[in-house]
Design a protein around this ligand. Sequence first.
Ligand SMILES: *Cc1c(COP(=O)(O)O)cnc(C)c1O
Length: 407
Amino acid sequence: MVYTDLNTPIRTIMTPGPVEVDPRVLRVMSTPVIGQFDPEFLNIMNETMDLLKYVFQTNNQWAYPVDGTSRSGLEAMLCSVIEPGDKVLVPIFGRFGHLIYEIASRYHADVYTIEKEWGEVFDPEEIITAIKKINPKLVAIVHGETSTGRLQPLEELGKFCRENDILLVVDAVATLGGVDVKTDDWCLDAVIAGTQKCLSVPSGLAPLTYNDRIEKILLERKNIERGLSEGSINKRRIQSNYFDLSQIQDYWSPDRLNHHTEATSMLYALREGLRLVKEEGLKARFERHLLNEKALLAGLKALGVELFGDNRYKMPVVTCINIPDGINDESVRATLLHDFGIEIAGTFGPLKGQIWRVGTMGYSCSKKNILHFLGAFEAVLIKEGAQVNRGEGLQAALQVYDNIRGE
Ligand SMILES: *Cc1c(COP(=O)(O)O)cnc(C)c1O
């Protein structure tokens, strides 16, 4: 096994997050910390906000990170917008839909759910029918459901919600930076992302963006807060201090009103990660993810393993493989990790033990990693006694890369 000089192992990470971090991001994290009101720091905040608007494909005024892992952004958005008793519709098609449901109910929303079998997505009409019946204030839904590897189309839903004055909040934690997330074109009111997936930055910040429809609610609730004396109770008050977006917005506004102490080294990391996205360009970045996915799929097909889920709605950055009969989930993953230094993922809930998930996100999404994984995967499957087409997987993947070179 390969270790760094600080005694941490060097891995090939092919999971749906956390993924490998670009060396430039790692380097910037070890640069000196500066004060949070240092004018240089304010410049870093401004540049980060501008870069986020580029990646979120939005002209929204507000795009900034919440400090914490990706779910902190989800919780901040939901707790700042949901008032007790508000009707919220959560369409669930995997684990992270359940997370949204759980957070919304903790903040005393009147939560309605509709569910799809894991491996499928919703036809927009199904959600629209539920909206017409329930008439919610807000719909909160996952874009890329990492637990099942499915991508939910959002455009039609976005237009319907906008026309009917319903808010649409989207968990794009696993898609931002690897797959198109068109905040403005798709009429998404709020979008929450994460750093450790397609942005290839360590876990620890949750970038988000929202429009003036959301801001209006934040400002109303802030004014209530101003009218309250310390400790007094009003049920419309935002129930969390740490996650109060009206205050965090003030912190990121030109006034820079103090709220928390920004996680300096993480902000350096995010800015660098976003610069890398901008330098590559969103279009080229999405194409890179599609090309590597194509090579991986060609390789797996030729090897003779089966994919899981409705292929029309597959996330390009997560590939789910049915675990062949008689093959042990954990034993395969342990051998890949210990003998090849490669990490892939199992999954949760009803699919646990039935599928493997291979992530091809951000810096981890490279030709080298795809080929390394396909070779190792074949070797481990053979060792475990699975029937595979020996030697064919890698050849098929190489063919995909060669064809591109020839074009
Ligand atoms: C990873 C992930 C999350 C949660 O992220 P944490 O950083 O673990 O809080 C939420 N939603 C989706 C779709 C994810 O893939």
